[in-house]
Design a protein around this ligand. Structure first.
Ligand SMILES: Nc1ncnc2c1ncn2[C@@H]1O[C@H](COP(=O)(O)OP(=O)(O)OP(=O)(O)O)[C@@H](O)[C@H]1O
Length: 272
């Protein structure tokens, strides 16, 4: 959930204390608050190095010892997974610092917009179904972005990590340095929204796994999320899977498993 400026939470005292070690740090600005924690934008060590401070406040409804244990375990797990991906060259935010007792982690700020925003900007006011089947718009920049998404998920799975909450909001499009644009004047500035490297974020539910089933469920979650968030581009999801196959040697058995997972999903929805 994005936070408006009027709903700013003062950063918890523990964070203000931590941030005093860097007097040049930007005042933490609340950017999002979910069920598990709050995200602030601030800087790390250098004033020109923006970062995200992910804070998991104590849960008053939990026993304090259990709560502290859970917070510690979740931050450790998220940081480990991010480290593993980062070291393997998967595009994820770098981990800068963490404090398991106070419940926070500082990670790299990823420039750009979410994939969700980029796709929505590209689709604009387009109707859900084209006036005629021959009237399909030229979606080359979107197809290209879908391929980058599939390759990013393939890279992730190759590393032995499943994300657990793949949606187009949990992916960013980071502009490449010295990006020159699409070079196609006819697609114009709209295509710019879809340029850049796909960087996966929000690893709060990620786990280390090499199981076909877990990987297939990861893809299924993305497929369902994509269909409900971008119904006008649903037909292009096939390009995500195609690029996944190209990026990940063991994709075939995962994609076979995906058929089973879809079938189970359909049965479940038939039974209500
Ligand atoms: N490392 C990052 N760099 C830049 N922006 C980020 C980063 N991490 C998160 N964001 C921004 O904050 C938003 C929320 O992030 P995230 O999904 O991690 O938080 P959340 O509270 O778990 O949200 P949700 O409840 O939707 O899962 C993202 O959609 C993105 O716009």
């Amino acid at each position: 959930m994005a936070a408006s400026e009027t709903t700013q939470f003062a950063p918890p005292q523990v964070l203000t204390q931590v941030l005093t070690y860097d007097p040049a740090a930007a005042p933490p600005l609340l950017i999002s608050q979910g069920a598990e924690g709050r995200l602030y934008k601030t800087t790390h060590v250098q004033p020109d190095r923006p970062c995200v401070l992910k804070y998991r406040p104590p849960k008053p409804y939990r026993h304090p010892i259990l709560d502290a244990r859970l917070t510690k375990a979740r931050i450790t797990s998220e940081a480990k997974v991010l480290e593993r991906c980062y070291r393997a060259g998967v595009r994820v935010p770098a981990v800068y610092a963490l404090d398991l007792v106070s419940g926070w982690m500082m990670i790299e700020w990823i420039e750009g917009m979410t994939v969700r925003q980029g796709i929505n900007d590209w689709l604009g006011e387009r109707p859900e179904t084209p006036p005629s089947p021959d009237d399909l718009p030229d979606d080359a920049p979107l197809v290209d972005a879908m391929k980058r998404i599939g390759a990013a998920v393939g890279d992730l799975h190759r590393t032995g990590v499943v994300h657990g909450d793949l949606t187009t909001s949990n992916m960013m499009l980071r502009p490449q340095k010295n990006s020159q644009g699409s070079g196609q004047p006819e697609v114009g500035d709209r295509a710019k929204a879809l340029e850049g490297d796909v960087v996966l974020i929000d690893f709060g539910l990620a786990t280390q796994s090499v199981s076909d089933e877990d990987r297939a469920v990861d893809l299924y979650v993305l497929e369902r999320a994509f269909a409900s968030t971008h119904p006008r581009a649903e037909r292009l999801f096939v390009h995500v899977l195609e690029a996944y196959r190209g990026a990940f040697k063991k994709a075939s058995s995962v994609l076979t498993k995906l058929e089973d997972v879809r079938m189970r999903g359909r049965k479940r929805s038939m039974l209500g």
